[in-house]
Design a protein around this ligand. Structure first.
Ligand code: PHE
Length: 467
């Protein structure tokens, strides 16, 4: 009789804290640092915070628990895992492998931009860069440094390649010696950095008004339709922030020790993720407020906030060079631990599917990532005239994965667990070695009813708002 593969034979986390910090490392990323603060500012401050929190402890909890439990129960990478849960749902495993493989390249391109900004501030050039203007041929308009930089070919490529290599070094060393070790060191550093920067920002003159704007519910103009939009935004943000539907939590779950409590681990990961997002808001909203004299539009969405507005804010602050450097180190660490989790998910699939060693699998994944990522780099430079549905290549990858593939995967996973194999499948794994599953009722209501509704909402919102 074939013996069941023990977790140790494919490597695994050596401790509960190692697992929690690695999963939190995946969850804490660019989404926490620039997207969350911007959304909170846009959707009524305290109202958004409250809705997000409620979602985190209900809907986010259920989805994350599901993925980690699937991983730990099957002890397989995503393709094998879905196949083992139910053969008819095997295709979901393929989807769960394709999603991180498509996100990893462009995520590393953005990681490269962050790395570039870190070096700029570390060299003391932050101020010059924040005010620099670049002329465009035959036009009166000018470009900011950021727009100029991403339009180049060589520099963004070099920083992208460095970021991919940094990520792969960690993955190359495996789960315990690579991912766990690095997470146990980097995540506490990240926490100290973000607390330090937040405390400093709050001492600035005028920061109090920004803080109020961030924390207090703002009901002005808050109509029913805005409430629905806020719910959809909070839902989407949570989903992305917790690294759900990217195959990551299944992969990390498959390396988790059987003796550790699933329920409390998920709670701890959530607390870490939400705390960092909350603290990032305490930095960004007041800082931008002080700088812009209370102008909310300065909190605009997208890369502009992080790469154009914030550097200006730092440049105008006392000790801004140091603060800017600390901030971009923080963002680099956050992005790095996320890209590590993406790469590990893909490497685990290649190892298992093609029965290759970790080293060879890493090389294959690096190569493919570099090729696909270059498309995103080129999309902003030599191929900048090229666009599909009005989106540049990087945005296109981002949109298809986040707005289409991920909600579909999560929706079908809810159907698989809620109605096909039934929630018992997850409950048994949660109960392994435990006395009770405290959120059992909440869990099953979420997976069967609430999560599917949220997923459909995320799926249709962009199309409805488009109309
Ligand atoms: N959870 C990450 C964040 O909040 C996003 C992410 C993680 C994206 C891992 C891809 C891979 O930014």
């Amino acid at each position: 009789m074939e013996e069941k593969t023990k977790p140790s034979s494919r490597g695994g986390f050596g401790s509960k804290i190692g697992f929690v910090l690695a999963a939190a490392g995946s969850a804490v990323g660019l989404g926490n640092i620039w997207r969350f603060p911007y959304l909170a500012a846009k959707y009524g401050g305290g109202i958004f915070l409250l809705i997000y929190l409620i979602f985190a402890i209900t809907f986010g909890f259920a989805l994350m628990l599901t993925e980690i439990a699937i991983g730990r129960r099957t002890q397989k990478s995503v393709i094998g895992a879905y196949k083992e849960v139910d053969k008819r749902f095997s295709l979901l495993g393929v989807l769960a492998a394709v999603i991180p493989a498509l996100i990893l390249p462009y995520y590393c391109v953005i990681g490269g931009w962050v790395l570039k900004y870190m070096t700029i501030f570390a060299k003391g050039d932050g101020e010059a860069v924040s005010v620099a203007e670049y002329a465009i041929n035959d036009s009166d308009e000018t470009l900011t440094f950021f727009e100029h930089f991403i339009g180049l070919l060589k520099q963004p490529s070099v920083f992208f390649i460095i970021f991919v290599l940094l990520t792969s070094v960690v993955v190359f060393f495996g789960v315990e010696k690579g991912i766990e070790k690095v997470s146990k060191f980097l995540m506490p550093v990240l926490l100290v950095l973000i607390i330090g920067i937040a405390v400093y920002t709050l001492t600035l003159k005028g920061a109090g008004d920004g803080l109020k704007y961030y924390l207090l519910p703002n009901f002005k103009g808050f109509t029913f339709s805005k409430l629905l939009q806020t719910i959809a935004a909070a839902c989407g943000q949570l989903f992305y922030s917790m690294s759900i539907a990217m195959g990551i939590m299944i992969t990390y779950g498959s390396y988790m020790r059987k003796e550790d409590s699933l329920e409390s681990s998920v709670r701890q990961i959530e607390v870490f993720d939400t705390l960092v997002a909350f603290l990032a808001g305490m930095i960004i909203v007041p800082a931008v407020f002080v700088f812009s004299g209370g102008d909310e539009t300065a909190l605009n969405k997208g890369p502009g906030l992080m790469f154009i507005t914030l550097p200006k804010v730092f440049a105008a602050m006392p000790a801004g060079q140091i603060l800017g450097t600390a901030f971009f180190i923080l963002v680099t660490l956050a992005a790095l631990t996320s890209s590590i989790s993406l790469m590990e998910t893909v490497v685990a699939v290649v190892m298992e599917k093609f029965k290759l060693s970790r080293t060879i699998s890493c090389f294959i994944v690096i190569l493919v990532t570099l090729c696909i990522g270059m498309l995103s780099v080129l999309g902003y430079s030599s191929w900048s005239d090229f666009s599909i549905f009005g989106m540049q290549i990087l945005d296109l990858f981002d949109f298809t994965t986040n707005n289409i593939m991920m909600p579909i995967l999560a929706l079908l996973t809810c159907i698989l667990i809620g109605y096909t194999v039934k929630t018992k499948y997850i409950e048994e794994e949660v109960m392994y070695g435990e006395k009770q599953f405290r959120s059992k009722l909440l869990y099953s209501v979420m997976i069967k009813f609430i999560c599917p509704i949220c997923m459909v909402m995320i799926l249709i919102t962009p199309f409805v708002t488009e109309i």
